[in-house]
Design a protein around this ligand. Sequence first.
Ligand code: PLP
Length: 369
Amino acid sequence: MSIIYLDNQATTPLAPEALDAMLPWLKENFGNPHSSHVMGRQAAAAVEVAREQVAAMLPGGGRVIFTGSATEAINMALGAVKSMFGQGREKIAVVDTEHAAVRDTALWYGRQGYETTLLPVDPQGLVKMEDMEAYLSPKTALVGAMLVNNEIGVIQPVGKIAERAHRSGALMLCDAVQGFGRIDVPEQPDMIALSGHKIYGPKGIGALWVRDDIDVPPLIHGGGQEQGIRSGTLSPALCIGLGAAAKICEERRVADMAHIITLAETAHRLFGDWTVNGSLDQRYPGNLNIRRDGLDVGRLMSDVRGVAFSAGSACASGSGRPSHVLAALGLTPVQIKSSIRLGFGRYNSVEEVEQAAHLINEAAEKQLS
Ligand code: PLP
């Protein structure tokens, strides 16, 4: 059975151009990029090209550190609360709807002597800027806000949040995993995390962009690779795959967005009987999170096996936890259980969206009748 893949927030297929760029580095060019002979130097040079390709889509005045995932990059970034501040700045504030990579890491710091606050969002999923005044103080070390929400696609006012954080003397971390390569990454954050497998690149690689004047402590100790911050031999193939994927996103940005908008318009029309979760206008159009009261999404997913879609984020559904994002919008547990997430990507066609909508709507009608 062929499957229509509409789960592009969970992961994206590898771009053929990224695969082609990677293959020589998995075959004949197997040199260690940290070796000083010709093969090593060739690999190191290719890694630096990839770093430039990623950096070209991020603010100036910073450096890119390759990591094994965005989760690792985020954990590394949060370490700056220790390396950048002494006693007196022990507060961390992250948006309540952040991905677990940020939210759970910040809550972990909350169990290590820090005071972690979850910044509330309005029913549209947007940070309440006026509330930030109450939550931020000269004791705040770091504020975390994501660019595009992985579950509901809502775009947060990251630039404004960063400016507000800076007024308190705090650092600002932006999880740009779902926005990088698709929409502009704001200039203001001090640290920005991204992931290869969300931009049609390979899994197993992410990156942290860090402003030059910020010191992040290593999470992994050893040979001192990656500017002494992330020891361990780099995989040239993964770095090059990430760089190539980023470059293609940049080159195809306008065309990709036009295509995603066409897919989204088709979906909004065909799912007209459903309610959209989260802001309609402050939204990346490749995400459609919708609900139909009374629906049992677990049953729907097993009835519609020909479409890969999600009941909330892949991580949340994998753990069986109800979505903390939908809960933060004020949805009831019953409404959360009747919500699905569809994620459209570069390689989906209008026909696929039409076919998926037909299958999902048919199964939903059957269940509700
Ligand atoms: N942040 C967001 C918004 C995500 O969607 C994800 C992945 O689901 C992550 C962080 C974690 O990325 P990675 O899989 O590279 O650790």
